[in-house]
Design a protein around this ligand. Structure first.
Ligand code: ADP
Ligand code: MG
Length: 210
């Protein structure tokens, strides 16, 4: 993993968010306040503008900039959560030109740990964590089995999509959707959906630059 692949990941994520903004907002309309798509679109378009105008010199700097931009611009619960994810990834990536697949996996893990510390989500609470956690477990398992990073991220993306789909039958216990209690059942969580896109974008970026 290097700066150009990391940049490609963020651009691809912004593209997926843009393409699916209405879908994310529709999901949020069912169990929240119908703004997740627009929130993430605002945040990721600000991220891309910053990459274009002031590209940071290393991976840690890029993640820090992304994190701060998301915290500032997204609004809603997801802004500080995604922001924390990237802010926590930053120190784990350091200033070397490249990091190994396992160090990249550790940085992603640090990011998800930050999301948990910030939002206190547990498994099956029907949040982004339910897509991120299985993705990281699949990533670690694939890397331990000597799969290369693109292949391992592809496995992680598949696991994230399964985790996303599994939120449909869950009762929301965190965030706005938790106000609905039992009525949140039968809807896929919008944050788990955008989180699955985050991992899919990483797989695409790693696959096309390796
Ligand atoms: P808001 O709920 O403030 O309108 P968004 O609509 O942008 O913010 O984001 C909602 C998503 O944020 C949810 O679908 C869920 O995945 C995620 N989320 C909310 N609260 C938490 C939390 N405490 N921990 C993890 N994720 C959360
Ligand atoms: Mg919302």
């Amino acid at each position: 993993m290097d700066l150009s692949t990391l940049t490609a990941w963020l651009r691809e994520y912004a593209r997926l968010i843009d393409e699916n903004a209405q879908h994310l907002t529709d999901l949020d309309a069912a169990i929240g306040d119908a703004d997740h798509g627009i929130n993430m679109q605002r945040g990721m378009s600000a991220v891309v503008t910053q990459i274009d105008e002031a590209p940071p010199a290393d991976m840690a700097g890029l993640c820090k900039q992304v994190g701060m931009t998301l915290v500032k611009s997204v609004g809603g619960a997801s802004g500080p959560l995604y922001g924390t994810f990237f802010l926590r990834m930053a120190p784990a990536l350091g200033t070397d030109d490249t990091v190994s697949a396992s160090d990249f996996a550790k940085a992603l893990r640090a990011g998800v740990d930050g999301v948990v510390q910030r939002g206190r989500a547990e498994a099956n609470d029907k949040t982004m964590f339910d897509a991120l956690a299985p993705a990281l477990d699949a990533l670690d398992a694939a890397l331990e089995g000597d799969t290369d990073l693109p292949g391992a991220l592809a496995a992680a993306a598949t696991a994230a999509e399964k985790g996303r789909d599994a939120t449909e039958s869950m009762i929301a216990r965190k965030g706005r959707a938790s106000y609905l209690g039992q009525r949140s059942v039968g809807h896929i969580d919008p944050g788990a959906t955008s989180a699955a896109m985050l991992i899919a974008a990483a797989a695409t970026a790693a696959g096309s630059t390796s």
